[in-house]
Design a protein around this ligand. Structure first.
Ligand code: ADP
Length: 851
């Protein structure tokens, strides 16, 4: 044994060495160190069996000395050398890890030797014990981790979440048997009334086999059940036969198999004990560790999870069945609706048709009044039936979509044209912007697409009292395919409450229940549009702010004929080299005209106000590149289009640009003024691309001196189409004027009826079916203002679509204008009325929509 003696008194050292040298078996070698620093350096390089340590050294004192020695050589036993009076410090040192202490000289060699030997022995035992504890702890930790891993694996297994309880039970018993190393693991479930307990699954590890189904009477083991109820978690029995809690059950199950220990964990569900998970270990008694009990409880919880999955699965199944049933019922309802609507439609057609025929016959005015209401109601009913039929057809999947090639811009322009009059009547700006990068020819169902677009635009007009309705068509930004098109219809109308944004797409749902009567409708349009869009591989949605307006988006997927890329390639009018100025206060109108003219080759500048337009026109006129074409919005705030045209004409009376006026509301007057000023032509908003081309061509030809051969040569006409046989009622007291106007329309297909004063006009209107009324404002008996008011009131009362009333006035004073419009007229013409002005105004009138 080699002992390092750390001690600073040479005398003491000599005495100690003397005392220890007697012990030669085994011999004790003493290595002295008189300073701590010396001792530490020895310890760093040499091997010792023990240390004798004086705590008070020249370079260290007290417990600190011990700590530094232990830090350098933690494995070595330390025996303290102490004076009698420093014994308390020595005791403290022992409490801090020293093995023993001996009193300084005179030394008893034997006692010192024994103390050193025991110190060495004790240190070895302590090290051993520490290592063993550490080993056990790490085994315990790794076992616990293993348990956890197995449990996690089980919890995530398909068996537990599938909802198949018997599969889950098998997985749990197998895992339980493996993890807890038991011969048998079983799951037993109580009957609701706890009279019996049934084996859900038993796994026997020796045979690797599952069984189930056994039923035990609960009254066979009352104490066992009572014990289970008392337990918080698991019942652990060291020896199941001796344990009073498990004896009853074990005699029936364990005995035949050779007995042993059992660990039973309660299965709870919805706060009640519903069963028990049993672990049976055969052979000798077994102590269950707390980890094992925790694992058993966790496994029992897995049974609870599996039961919950089963319940969820069952309720899902029930839900699915209910949904399928509801769908079947709904399909049957739709089928029924479809066939009923169809059946109703057939006789309805006859009723409406017969009413039309009756209308053509001679009728007393009272009869005609009734028949008008009858026809209108019939028409409404037919529309409703058609909507229902459509909706039920889409819902039962009977709606076949066509697949034909059509021109998308044509389709849009047609839809806009149908609704333009209604927008004009409400004084709304209606514009449509078709992005130049959408394909022109597409393949799809034009009628159904038309139906969607018509519904969105007519809703926008219906729910907007002032402002604008903008339609835009562009490639769907979210789908990079040529035929993916997005239609957007924005309005500045009443908006839709946030909580109704989704439900308005359901059948018979309206967002503004309290005002429904005011707007009319059935709440079917959007439901049909939504389903149609879905059938076209698209969708419809809306964004809206109450009181500010709504934006409906609809995207559909259309096919594109092979070889086609984008739109408008055959240019019918070449505007290359032409500088065009577009003046309109509406940005979207400017954008539309800008793009359309640029597509024809023109160099376009657009300006938002009259003043700026004049500035710009002057600047260009003074440069070497004046504008040759000016498109002017008639109605702009501050300075209107006519004002701008006058300025331009005044500045350059001879060689001015070709000016085309853009008119919308009160078009009759605007058209008349366009004539009077000798401008190039007019366009009625919303502007069709074909009209734009035609009007500009004619205006340019006129400027070049080419006379028009057809009809009305002095001003470019917007419509070359056949004249519509309008039915016109003229309310005019002057027979001269009556004759004049009759003469004007003699050569046309128009049909003119005359009323000598307002009262007759109102009666005629009620009994007749006119497209337009020309109303003289100054008449005896009843003047034009009163007559117009009476007509508007009657229309409202009978829910009729308003007829166009054009006022004929002698002077066009500003105040007259206000009075005329207040009375309900749509436009006015100032007398004397020239033939071509009247004919052009009538030509621009597209006829009334009877809805
Ligand atoms: P209808 O217009 O015949 O009532 P729809 O299905 O076309 O039926 O529209 C359903 C409801 O959605 C309308 O009643 C209205 O409340 C709301 N709605 C539709 N479009 C608009 C819009 N542009 N602005 C405000 N509300 C709208």
């Amino acid at each position: 044994m080699v002992v390092l003696v750390i001690q600073d008194h040479p005398q003491e050292m000599a005495l100690l060495r003397e005392a220890l040298t007697h012990f030669t078996n085994p011999p004790i070698l003493v290595e002295p160190a008189d300073r701590l620093s010396v001792a530490l350096s020895y310890l760093a390089v040499r091997r010792f069996d023990a240390i004798l340590l004086d705590l008070n050294l020249p370079d260290s004192a007290g417990l600190d000395t011990l700590a530094r020695v232990q830090a350098q050589a933690p494995e070595l036993p330390v025996v303290i050398l102490t004076d009698l009076n420093a014994e308390p410090l020595a005791i403290l040192a022992v409490q801090n890890g020293a093995q023993d202490y001996v009193l300084k000289g005179p030394y008893n060699g034997g006692a010192t030797y024994r103390s050193l030997r025991t110190a060495v022995e004790r240190k070895r035992l302590m090290t051993d014990l520490n290592e063993r504890i550490a080993g056990q702890e790490s085994r315990r930790v790794s076992l616990f981790e293993e348990y956890q891993a197995r449990l996690l694996e089980l919890m995530q297994s398909k068996a537990i979440i599938s909802g198949e309880l018997h599969l889950a039970a098998q997985a749990i018993t197998e895992t339980a048997s493996r993890v807890l190393a038991v011969e048998r693991a079983s799951i037993w479930l109580f009957r609701e009334d706890r009279s019996t307990i049934q084996l859900k699954d038993l796994y026997e590890s020796s045979a690797c086999q599952h069984s189930a189904g056994a039923v035990l009477q609960a009254d066979q083991f009352p104490s066992y059940l009572q014990a289970l109820d008392r337990e918080e978690h698991a019942t652990a029995a060291l020896d199941a036969h001796l344990d009073s809690r498990t004896r009853e059950r074990s005699s029936s199950s364990l005995m035949p198999c050779g007995s042993g220990a059992r660990l039973d964990a309660l299965i709870r569900h919805r706060g009640k004990t519903v069963g028990v998970l049993c672990h049976e270990s055969f052979g000798s008694p077994r102590t269950w560790t707390s980890n094992e009990m925790t694992v058993a409880t966790s496994l029992a919880m897995m049974v609870t999870l599996a039961m919950e999955s089963m319940e969820r699965r069952e309720s899902e199944k029930a839900l699915r069945q209910a949904k399928e049933q509801a769908e079947k019922a709904s399909a049957a309802k739709n089928e029924f609706l479809a066939s009923v609507s169809h059946e109703i439609r057939t006789p309805m057609n006859a009723i409406v048709g017969m009413a039309d025929l009756l209308w053509e016959t001679d009728l007393a005015s009272e009869q005609r009044k009734y028949l008008r209401i009858f026809r209108r109601a019939g028409g409404n009913l037919l529309n409703l039936i058609n909507d229902i039929l459509d909706l039920s057809k889409v819902e039962v999947g009977h709606l076949e979509l066509e697949s034909t090639e059509f021109d998308l811009s044509d389709l849009l322009e047609k839809a806009i044209e149908i609704l333009a009059l209604r927008a004009n009547e409400k004084g709304l700006e209606l514009a449509c912007h078709i992005s130049p990068d959408i394909p022109c020819a597409v393949i799809g169902d034009p009628h159904r697409l038309h139906q969607i677009i018509l519904n969105l635009i007519s809703n926008a007009i219906k729910f907007t009292d002032s402002g604008s309705v903008m339609v835009s068509v562009k490639p769907d930004p979210e789908i990079p395919s040529l035929g993916a098109i997005r239609f957007t219809v924005s309005d500045t109308g009443i908006g839709i409450p946030t909580d109704k944004l989704a439900s308005i797409f359901e059948s018979f749902t309206q967002a503004h229940a309290s005002t429904t009567r005011m707007y009319g409708g059935t709440g079917l349009g959007l439901a049909i549009s939504k389903r149609l869009a879905e059938r076209m591989a698209g969708r419809i949605w809306v964004e809206s702010t109450l009181g500010e307006g709504s934006t409906f988006h609809c995207c559909v997927q259309l096919a594109v004929p092979s070889g086609q890329t984008t739109t408008h390639n055959n240019i019918p009018l070449d505007l290359h080299g032409i500088r065009a100025l577009v003046v309109d206060d509406h940005a979207i109108n400017r954008l539309i005209l800008h793009e359309s003219l640029a597509a024809l080759g023109a160099e376009v500048t657009d300006i938002a106000s009259g003043h700026d337009a004049i500035e710009e026109w002057r600047r260009a006129a003074e440069s070497s590149r004046p504008y040759q074409l000016v498109l002017l919005d008639c109605r702009m705030p501050e300075m209107d289009g006519f004002h701008v045209a006058e300025e331009i004409k005044r500045a350059d009376p001879s060689q001015g640009p070709t000016i085309v006026m853009l008119t919308s509301r009160h078009w009759a007057d605007d058209i008349a003024r366009t004539y009077d000023m000798g401008l190039g032509g007019y366009l009625i908003k919303p502007i069709r691309r074909s009209d734009l081309i035609q009007t500009i061509s004619i205006a340019f030809d006129r400027a070049k001196g080419i006379q028009q051969t057809a009809g009305f040569s002095s001003v470019a006409s917007t419509h070359q189409t056949e004249l519509k046989a309008l039915r016109i009622l003229l309310a005019e007291d002057s027979t001269d004027n009556q004759m004049l106007i009759r003469a004007y329309v003699k050569q046309t297909p128009y049909c003119l009826d005359i009323a000598d004063h307002g009262a007759i006009a109102v009666e005629r209107f009620k009994a007749g079916d006119y497209d337009l009324i020309l109303m003289d404002m100054q008449m005896p008996v009843m003047n034009g203002y009163e007559a117009t008011r009476a007509i508007r009131a009657w229309e409202q009362e009978h829910n009729l679509f308003p007829i166009q009333v054009i006022a004929l006035t002698a002077q066009a004073l500003k105040e007259d204008g206000v009075k005329i419009f207040d009375a309900g007229c749509d436009a006015h013409l100032t007398k004397p009325i020239k033939k071509h002005t009247l004919l052009e105004v009538l030509r621009a009138c597209k006829g009334r929509h009877i809805s």
